[in-house]
Design a protein around this ligand. Structure first.
Ligand code: GAL
Length: 657
């Protein structure tokens, strides 16, 4: 435990606190305990609109002045939140049209949070007003180091809005994008099922029709709603920049959330943050079927190392300027189907992993467990009775100085693109096969080989990478193809199935096949096979047989070499993996096959491969290597005794020994 202020040269630890939830008589003691615990900042004022402005236009800052003063006096820095995720009841009563409308057309009511429509001009005005009032009051406060906009945009299925205001705005957005209805009808392929429009006013929001709307319609709606969320946030960011110069502005995103383009929402931020709840995020695997059920049980108390690491790497890559964990699980949560107590040691394990994957700040959620309302069963560092809970004891043992801040410099990139995700998932075609399942299979294979990965946008700078994997890049434009062709001059590039299936509109490529990527791949796709659970397709690579699950796609190699071939079934004898110069395409979904091919390519590129035992993971930051044991038993690895659920930071000398 460190009682001195944390040096900015090492990981900043903090906590999410809600002083308005407890008696002011406790505040000074809480702040003192927070400092004694080695924390250097508190995140305040999230959701506190009804206390900041109890009635329209009547502000009450006395309590927040005092809460910030108490924190500052104790030596804590403050991260403030705009409170817009929780519009007060008076606002909703006065302007019911600020409420969001769900996919089913029903207006969502007041009574929890995120009950606002980002398309509502009235709500946007109030959002700007409360943001300005807050930022003018505290923007220059010496203790305030940064801002969080709102909270978890899109939580509770609120990223897509189906209000009349959204309907109007969507039509205007389409008109600006396409100019004419002919162009829109052509781009969406509306001749199919007589879906052609002769008036902009005929265009509905997708998701409410008898069956699924055209994937092109859906893709544009996702682009539109993503832009809407981004512009909602940008209004707050502009005000914060104006009134609070020199402070960072970030947002706390959610793990694997996909309902907007996180690159777009991160554009105006200093860095992205995310909220890490490893035992809860583990449940996402149910939908993907990527981990066997017994594996999910093995990791029930820690979460799966690669699932949490994937999100660190994704959020670090949004701005490529580091990232924070704005809410770090520190005990049991309350929102997954089951909420086991984390293993002893899990809080330190998660904190160390976050650091190694590039986090510069970690805030535990939350200080004291809420004694009321929706999250009464959720833990905090303190129990309901104010005594230290399990997480507190663990944080006491964490020395932030052990985690110096240094750049993360990786040689392997995984390309991630939300437009491809939306197009992929609009027509999954195989139960259990979706964008994340396909993408995560590659990530998992790389991590099990001891490789560190940057997750970056396909159109971003790809210089410096030796291996680039693009597991699910299904939307391909000529510009993107040109960029990837250039990247393939210096890197080994690996594509997965459904690559370049669609152009920007979501239609198949003009002329079919790989479209603008055809020359780079030197081949053409033939067939794809959707495999129900239990049905496998054999693949032969050299003299080894692999089993493809969920998806098998075949190619006519044309100018490319065939590396692996399907054996048996309708694809018998057809190419499953092809290689054309620096570029490889893997059509079969098999983690072991992917792993074999990646191993060779990594070695060709001179990138060290260290196959790791189950639950052991390596992560590098600066010149330090973090080795972690995520299993519940001791493991001996390379002569190191790794206790259950534990971490060790290795210096370069220790690694080369
Ligand atoms: C997050 C949210 C927090 C709290 C937490 C509970 O989604 O940002 O306010 O609800 O989950 O785990």
């Amino acid at each position: 435990m460190s009682s001195e202020p944390t040096s900015p040269a090492s990981l900043l630890l903090g906590v999410c606190d809600y002083p308005e939830h407890v008696s002011p008589a406790l505040w000074a003691d809480f702040a003192r305990q927070q400092r004694e615990l080695g924390l250097s900042f508190v995140r305040l004022a999230e959701f506190a609109w009804s206390r900041m402005e109890p009635r329209a236009g009547e502000y009450d800052w006395a309590w927040l002045d005092e809460a910030i003063r108490v924190a500052a006096d104790a030596g804590l820095k403050v991260v403030l939140c705009t409170p817009t995720a929780a519009p007060p009841a008076w606002l909703v009563q006065a302007h019911p049209d600020v409420l969001p409308v769900g996919r089913d057309g029903r207006v969502k009511t007041f009574g929890s949070r995120r009950h606002y429509d980002p398309a509502s001009p009235v709500f946007r005005e109030h959002s700007r007003r409360i943001t300005r009032a807050l930022a003018e009051r505290y923007g220059q406060h010496p203790a305030v180091i940064g801002w969080q906009t709102d909270n978890e945009f899109g939580w509770g299925d609120t990223a897509q809005t189906y209000s009349p205001a959204a309907q109007d705005a969507f039509r205007m957005w389409l008109e600006a994008r396409y100019g004419t209805l002919d162009a829109l009808n052509e781009a969406w392929g509306n001749v199919f099922w007589s879906m052609e429009y002769s008036d902009w006013a005929q265009i509905p929001l997708p998701g409410q029709a008898v069956a699924a709307c055209s994937p092109s319609h859906t893709l544009d709606f996702m682009r539109f709603t993503s832009g809407l969320m981004a512009s909602f946030q940008a209004e707050q960011v502009d005000i914060l920049r104006e009134c609070s110069p020199g402070r960072f502005v970030t947002h706390n995103f959610m793990g694997f959330f996909s309902a907007y383009d996180h690159y777009e929402l991160s554009e105006g931020l200093d860095f992205a943050s995310w909220d890490s709840y490893p035992t809860g995020t583990l449940t996402a695997i149910d939908e993907w079927q990527v981990l066997a059920p017994e594996v999910a049980v093995t990791y029930a108390r820690t979460g799966h190392p690669d699932i949490t690491a994937f999100n660190h790497d994704l959020y670090r890559g949004l701005t490529r300027r580091g990232h924070w964990i704005m809410e770090q699980q520190c005990g049991q949560i309350d929102w997954a189907p089951s909420n086991p107590l984390p293993a002893t040691g899990a809080v330190e394990l998660w904190t160390a992993q976050a650091w190694a994957h590039g986090a510069d700040g970690v805030a535990y959620f939350r200080w004291q467990a809420a004694t009321m309302a929706q999250e009464l069963l959720h833990s905090g560092l303190l129990r309901h009775d104010g005594t230290p809970d399990r997480g507190y004891t663990e944080v006491q043992g964490i020395d932030p100085a052990a985690y110096p801040l240094a750049p993360v410099a990786n040689r392997v990139a995984l390309l991630h693109d939300y437009e491809s995700l939306w197009a992929y998932n609009a027509q999954p075609h195989a139960s259990g096969m979706n964008y994340w399942a396909q993408t995560f299979a590659y990530y998992r294979a790389l991590r099990a080989l001891g490789v560190d990965v940057d997750i970056v946008h396909p159109d971003s700078d790809l210089g410096g990478y030796g291996v680039i994997v693009a597991p699910a890049l299904t939307v391909m434009t000529p510009q993107r193809a040109g960029h990837l062709t250039e990247a393939a001059t210096h890197a080994k590039v690996v594509f997965g199935p459904r690559t370049a299936l669609r152009g920007r509109s979501g239609r198949a490529q003009d002329g079919g096949g790989f479209g603008p990527l055809s020359a780079l791949l030197g081949a053409r796709p033939l067939n794809f096979d959707s495999l129900p659970n239990g049905l496998e397709q054999a693949v032969m690579l050299a003299d080894r047989t692999y089993a493809a699950r969920l998806w098998a796609e075949s190619y006519d190699p044309q100018g490319a070499d065939t590396l692996a071939t399907y054996a048996g079934g309708p694809l018998d004898g057809q190419a499953a993996v092809i290689r054309h110069g620096n570029v490889t395409v893997i059509g079969a979904h098999s983690v072991t096959l992917i792993s074999s091919i990646l191993t060779e390519l990594l070695e060709e590129a001179g990138i060290e491969v260290t196959p790791l035992p189950e639950g052991i993971r390596l992560s590098r930051r600066g010149d330090l290597t973090l080795v972690q044991n995520w299993t519940a038993h001791a493991v001996t690895w390379q002569e190191q005794e790794l206790a259950p659920v534990s971490s060790r930071v290795l210096t370069p000398a220790m690694v080369s020994r």
